[in-house]
Design a protein around this ligand. Sequence first.
Ligand code: C2E
Ligand code: MG
Ligand code: MG
Ligand code: MG
Length: 285
Amino acid sequence: HSKDSGRNSFRFFNPAINRHMLDHISLISGMRKALQEQQFSLYYQPKIDLRTNQICGLEALLRWHHHEQGFISPSIFIPLAESSGLIIQLGEWVIQEACRQAKHWYDTGLLQFSIAINISSIQFKRGNIEQLVLGSLDASGLPPQYLELELTESLLIDDSDRLVNTLSHLRSEGVHLSIDDFGTGYSNLGYLKKFEVEALKIDQSFVRKMDDQSNDAAIVRAIIQMANSLGLKTIAEGVEDASTAALLRSLGCTQAQGYYWARPMPAEEIEIFCELWGKNTTESL
Ligand code: C2E
Ligand code: MG
Ligand code: MG
Ligand code: MG
């Protein structure tokens, strides 16, 4: 009896931690079920060319619509998917679904740019990304130059031959590479020379505070200057107002994304958005 009560009392030993763990466990098993029951979907957010005001890309962002809990944020479930290993299956689904959708838009003529997908470092290191990406392109029939991979600095500090070879092979096939959340990772920038990345996505934590008197505008300016001198494009994330867009344009930033132009939206909505955007910008020229 004392053994039992000892066991039970564990549940109440530290309610905060215990509650947390139970939430995590149920979310992880929920994710497994969600994969089978197709509760995941991709939303798409446009990238805007700051010089021409045209849509110059789309980023695919994973959404989980839980039956009872509604939408669960990727910033909650992606880390759990990583720690549980489910990121491998989830990541496979993302690549395959993005390629399938992109091929459809390629066929209908909407795709004048590439579709970017996010690849987490853990997914990259544990899964066979090269085979997965090339296999998904092959299966869907999407030409590789319409696919872009957003990688993180934490992946690129690893300078193993395997990583260098994988990325250079994908690049030689035509797949585009960019670095997401740039500026939040490591300060050793030597890796920028080693990998054939084409763009730096400036993290929204810098972009969103550019307007006030902080150092963030100086950081953004420095990133843009460095990128320009290395021949890299810059994509500012998290632009929410006209003044930030104007400031970025004046600093020579090439592209941007943010609620100022559009939130991420489902495939059917982004189709309409792209069509209307094309019409409006042509008419206003
Ligand atoms: P991220 O790749 O840096 O994506 C940008 C995030 O900023 C997205 O959040 C997007 O919805 C949000 N965002 C865009 N514009 C604005 C804005 O103007 N203001 C604000 N406040 N936010 C904006 P989301 O969709 O919740 O995704 C969060 C993160 O989860 C992503 O950050 C990415 O790291 C990860 N993630 C999303 N989808 C995937 C996926 O398919 N695979 C992997 N491995 N990670 C993913
Ligand atoms: Mg991203
Ligand atoms: Mg980012
Ligand atoms: Mg992020």
